[in-house]
Design a binder for this molecule. Structure first.
Ligand SMILES: *Cc1c(COP(=O)(O)O)cnc(C)c1O
Length: 422
């Protein structure tokens, strides 16, 4: 992308909004309001995405059908609950780049990670390690450490946690590839975030997969911060497995149902160890109440329980918007919006003691910039909050903020920087 000639004025920000083909989508979301009735400047769509106006109808439809049909709703609801999760599969597959049978909406993120590790972390005496990022999300540390322990290993030895180089904030791809080349023979499973939640670094997943496979490792990703944020091609990249949530960039609501990907090369691998449940059983035979498990071919076989319909209804409302916009258009706006924020911040470095630790290379980031505060960070964060700006504070000293292309405007970003220097 050639450098965009930006200007640091409100007029220019408004001009960018006027040219933005996605600008009308903002009106399709509920923007949280301050006490004075003005909307907050909301930059935490990476933590909890905003509610689409359409969500209420989707959820009400299911509540009404439950009231009307009771248990018969499994077959007679307008959107029958028996196959309900299937109504989401195509849209989600588009978001993650999955082929038929590779993705399913189910469970919750950490649960899904555990289920996948049960199947895809099969340590032996010599190949028993897990490779992950050192500054991964806490739940991922707990999950990976406990998986190692579950198999009788000491996480201090079995879980390699990759740190950035001294004095750097993000992990260089070359260092990840070197690590895999050096340690790969002892690594059973590589489990990285697709995008690091703290720094906003988008990892070069395809290269990690290739390096991992060359060494005989299984390679999976936690896509919590990548899905709905950047285009993904899990199938083409050859990713073995992945899990993600939908309440961040996918706007499905607090704690809503998550997703899981298993590459088609494992679709028929029915002998692979797993923790099974009845929703993963051959659909034709599910109600024969057999005691022997016969897995569905593909990702759906990892399902345990019948589907959380209300949560899925809310996800459906949001996915309809993603289907309409498409990740390509979304990413194009996102690149420009984040670049504008970066440009405006560079203009005020003299005035505010902050440093962006997210990679400046657009291909290595999504909608988030993480601002390392060099002095009185918490006070700066509190000032933002008092002035109607919602960002996210991460101990010890980082403000994360995400201009989300579906509902943030160039004017939002310009106003944010004005408040930052006020
Ligand atoms: C948000 C997030 C989680 C949260 O896990 P839940 O099981 O949904 O509570 C886990 N891992 C990463 C990387 C995240 O960004």
């Amino acid at each position: 992308m050639p450098p965009i000639p930006f200007t640091n004025t409100l007029q220019f920000a408004r001009q960018l909004d006027a040219q933005d083909q996605l600008r009308s989508y903002r009106e399709r979301f509920h923007l949280p309001a301050q006490k004075n009735g003005e909307p907050f400047l909301y930059f935490t769509g990476n933590s909890l995405g905003l509610q689409p106006q359409s969500t209420r109808d989707y959820v009400m439809t299911e509540l009404d059908d439950w009231a009307k049909f009771g248990v018969e709703g499994h077959f007679h609801a307008r959107n029958p609950w028996m196959p309900y999760h299937e109504f989401l599969t195509e849209s989600v597959s588009r978001l993650v780049g999955a082929q038929a049978g590779e993705a399913v909406v189910m469970g919750s993120l950490t649960n899904n990670l555990h289920l996948l590790m049960v199947s895809f972390y099969r340590p032996t005496a010599t190949r028993y390690k897990i490779l992950m990022e050192a500054d991964a999300f806490p739940s991922d540390h707990y999950a990976m450490d406990s998986q190692a322990k579950f198999h009788g290993f000491d996480p201090k030895d079995a879980v390699i946690k990759m740190k950035p180089r001294e004095g750097e904030y993000t992990v260089r791809t070359e260092d990840i590839l070197d690590m895999i080349a050096r340690e790969g023979d002892s690594i059973a499973t590589i489990m990285f975030g697709g995008m690091n939640y703290y720094t906003g670094q988008l990892f070069e997943m395809e290269k990690i997969v290739q390096a991992g496979h060359a060494k005989g490792c299984i390679v999976g990703f936690d896509l919590a911060h990548a899905v709905g944020n950047v285009p993904l091609k899990l199938h083409d990249w050859g990713v073995d497995f992945a899990a993600w949530c939908h309440y961040k960039y996918c706007n499905a609501g607090p704690g809503s149902v998550a997703g899981l990907f298993v590459h088609e090369r494992f679709a028929q691998d029915t002998d692979r160890p797993r923790f099974a449940g009845w929703w993963g059983h051959d659909k034709e035979r599910r109600f024969l109440m057999e005691s022997e498990f016969r897995p569905i071919a593909g990702a759906e076989s990892w399902q345990l329980s019948n589907a959380p319909i209300l949560s899925m209804a809310s996800l459906r409302a949001s996915l309809a918007i993603f289907d309409e916009v498409g990740m390509e258009a979304l990413r194009a706006k996102s690149l420009k919006l984040t670049a504008y924020l970066e440009y405006l911040l560079a203009d005020v470095y003299e005035q505010v003691p902050i440093q962006v630790i997210t990679p400046s290379e657009p291909a290595q980031r999504g909608a988030q910039l993480s601002l390392l505060t060099l002095k009185d960070g918490k006070a700066l964060f509190n000032k933002l909050m008092e002035q109607g700006v919602i960002t996210d504070w991460r101990e010890p000293n980082v403000i994360r903020m995400a201009p989300v292309p579906l509902y943030n405007s160039y004017e939002d970003v310009w106003r944010f920087v004005q408040i930052l220097i006020s």
